[in-house]
Design a protein around this ligand. Structure first.
Ligand code: JHZ
Length: 419
């Protein structure tokens, strides 16, 4: 796998400019979703450099190296969307609103790119609205098909869009949630969306918002799967280049702060879009200065978290973690938190049980391990689902357990002690 990494041409993925200015290096890390089985623990584990740059021309924040998609999203991709109740509810509400606003019915077609296990399309299907999922990851696609969601197991791009259009399969709505960042050929993907839409169709696209990433020190959402980190400024340029207009935008709390984009082949930049463009320009988020202090803030968070965990260990505390998330792999590897600190990590996703976190090799267990083994502290690696997980673990907290929330700065929740 090590030789699979490609050095990216030193040009921007969106506009092709060579003005890429690097502002952060997280060192060399293993693949964030590369969970290991017991046998793999004794084999050498590939690590790849993780460096982030901003394009001086179109403002797109992006990695400077690339691991090919076949390696990242191959056979055993462990991410299944349906393990968060909050995400399911978020998707259900989005579907309700779109069905009402656009009068969707049995004659319509809704396509989702990176449809995963059918977590979103199931809500359309229940209302008799025809759907098509597209997702290359075998396990999640299989689960979607089991749920009755027709799913093509393919990477989406210009070619597939052209093929579907030629078959007359044009969409009233194209969803693409948390996938734009994963796509190496950004322009091909966005052009594909434009091709796939009916003339009055709408693309509804969710992406983590890079300004929230910077503000809230969400450095652990930077990993090889995520080639890009989006501002409205960079998005407007990307969409325009490929025949789409950003008509509206919503700023959402999900995943640590996301944008929901409404783009189409018609109309003009909406008022909310223009307001966010102005804000980004005021903050100079299209310039290196906005990003240049980030590395220091990340290093400070790392040092504080290390110090806190060391103090707890010296005091004899038993510590586990919650959420075998991709971001958890980045955080534990970058901060250097291994089995000397964490007894285990729990996760609801049973595809992850019996596996080990990449790099740090902490074993992954079902969530009941918290009840059974009662660690004193739980490091919340899936901090983006803080409310959902704390509510679900009310019994653990009532019994005196505590959570350590690492981002935006290490904080202890529960108990009586403060950090
Ligand atoms: P979660 C994912 O990142 C994957 P990750 C992906 N790369 C992406 O782009 C971003 O999301 C946006 C578990 N869990 O979703 C489920 C519980 O156990 O933050 C997950 O394994 N109990 C496509 O991997 C993990 O935590 C719960 O109650 O960083 C959360 O991972 C909840 C809510 C979650 O994603």
């Amino acid at each position: 796998m090590a030789e699979a990494i490609r050095a990216v041409e030193p040009v921007c993925r969106s506009c092709g400019s060579s003005e890429l200015q690097t502002f952060l290096s997280l060192g060399s890390l293993p693949l964030a979703d590369g969970l290991l089985d017991a046998e793999a623990l004794s084999r050498p584990e590939p690590r790849h450099p993780l460096e982030v740059a901003v394009c001086g021309d179109c403002a797109l924040v992006q990695l400077t190296t690339e691991v090919p998609p076949e390696v990242l999203f191959g056979g055993d991709y462990p991410y299944y969307s349906s393990y968060s109740d909050a995400l399911l509810e978020h998707s259900r509400r989005n579907v309700e609103a779109l069905v009402g606003a656009r009068g969707l019915g049995p004659e319509s077609l809704v396509v989702e790119l990176a449809s995963n296990d059918g977590y979103l399309l199931q809500h359309y299907r229940r209302q008799g609205i025809p759907v098509l999922g597209i997702d290359p990851a075998e396990g999640p696609a299989r689960e979607a098909i089991r749920r009755g969601i027709p799913t093509l197991r393919e990477f989406f791009g210009r070619a597939l869009a052209g093929q579907l259009a030629a078959e007359g399969r044009l969409a009233d709505v194209v969803h693409a949630n948390n996938v734009l960042a994963h796509v190496p050929d950004l322009n091909g993907f966005v052009e594909g969306i434009a091709t796939l839409l009916k003339p009055d169709g709408v693309a509804v696209v969710e992406v983590p918002y890079v300004l929230d990433l910077i503000d809230q020190v969400e450095f652990d959402t930077i990993y090889h799967e995520h080639h890009c980190y989006f501002s409205v400024t960079a998005l407007v340029r990307l969409l325009r280049r490929n025949g789409l207009v950003l008509n509206d935008v919503e700023h959402l709390a999900i995943h640590g702060g996301s944008l929901r984009l409404f783009a189409s082949r018609r109309g003009e930049l909406g008022a909310k879009v223009r307001a966010l463009l102005e804000r980004e320009s005021r903050l100079r988020a299209d310039r290196l200065d906005y990003y240049s202090g980030f590395g220091e803030r990340v290093a400070r968070l790392r040092d504080e978290l290390r110090a806190l965990l060391a103090r707890l260990r010296v005091g004899g505390a038993r510590i586990a973690a919650y959420g075998a998330a991709a971001k958890g792999a980045v955080l534990t590897n970058y901060v250097g938190i291994g089995r000397e600190t964490l007894e285990f990590v729990v996760d609801r996703n049973d595809h992850k049980h019996g596996m080990f976190m990449p790099g740090v090799h902490v074993p992954i267990l079902p969530t009941r391990a918290l009840r059974e083994r009662r660690p004193d502290y739980v490091l919340l690696l899936a901090w983006n689902f803080r409310e959902e997980i704390l509510a679900q673990q009310a019994d653990y907290l009532r019994a005196g357990g505590r959570f350590i929330v690492p981002v935006p700065r290490p904080e202890i929740v529960g108990g009586v002690e403060s950090p």
